[in-house]
Write a protein that binds this ligand. Structure first.
Ligand code: CDP
Ligand code: CDP
Length: 219
């Protein structure tokens, strides 16, 4: 398993990780893992089951027992299509509140590593290059100005028909950045061998090209 190549893309919320990871995986014909979805699914499942966001052992049980399927760009939880629901800001917010709990992170660790399948894996999250796949072939730390990220998230929500307020989003993003960067377990930070890519002035395909160029330069 250790020889299956991994491209790890980490970075703050709305830097474009998920979109870019999916495109890179598509170009290479590799598997993709949106690790944030596992934290979001844990949050959603806890909400459905009435489990408190502070009950770390119950949350770890939920993470271990998640009945999920990723299929044709859709995410199913207990056979229900939760793709749209998962992207809601309050779910992301709850995910970031439960994400610091070590039993939950441990429960998700092996689940994430199981996605490492030939011919390769592109994954995105906060700790792909630092904790989950420390031996990844290529580690990208994708950043963008907080204002650019808030605007992207705003456009994304409006496009999907949700209501959104740019000022509130900016505030929420800053809170989430702060929480993700300052937690003691698996904080958001670039791995020592990560390449920093700033996508503030880049569109999606330019960002994808940068990453593919780094990948090809390795070979
Ligand atoms: O899409 P966005 O970047 O807003 O969030 P996400 O990647 O779906 O992740 C939601 C939350 O899960 C983040 O704010 C993190 O706190 C947590 N997370 C994590 O701790 N580790 C990961 N590898 C991925 C997500
Ligand atoms: O996964 P993460 O939270 O980092 O971000 P995302 O959900 O992939 O991207 C957030 C939004 O920004 C999406 O609507 C992307 O289409 C958009 N985006 C962009 O406008 N320009 C980029 N260079 C990357 C993403």
């Amino acid at each position: 398993q250790g020889t299956v190549p991994v491209i790890a893309i980490d970075g703050p919320t709305a830097s474009g990780k998920g979109t870019v990871a999916a495109r890179v995986a598509d170009v290479l014909g590799w598997t993709v893992l949106d690790s944030g979805a596992l934290y979001r699914l844990s949050a959603l499942s806890a909400l459905k089951k009435g489990v408190a966001d502070t009950d770390e052992n119950a949350l770890a049980d939920i993470a271990r027992q998640l009945d999920i399927r990723f299929q044709d760009g859709k995410v199913l939880l207990d056979n229900d299509d939760v793709t749209e629901q998962l992207r809601q800001e309050h779910i992301g917010e709850m995910a970031s509140r439960i994400a610091p709990l070590p039993p939950l992170r441990d429960a998700l660790l092996e689940r994430q590593r199981a996605f490492r399948q030939a011919p390769g894996l592109v994954c995105d999250g906060r700790d792909m290059g630092t904790v989950v796949f420390p031996d990844a072939s290529l580690k990208i730390f994708l950043v963008a100005d907080v204002d650019a990220r808030a605007q992207r998230r705003y456009n994304q929500l409006i496009e999907k028909g949700f209501s959104a307020n740019l000022g509130d989003l900016l505030k929420d993003l800053k809170t989430r950045d702060d929480r993700d960067q300052n937690r003691s377990v698996a904080p958001l930070k670039p791995a020592a061998d990560a390449i920093i890519v700033d996508s503030s002035g880049l569109d999606i395909s330019q960002t994808v090209d940068r990453i593919l160029t780094h990948w090809r330069n390795l070979g």
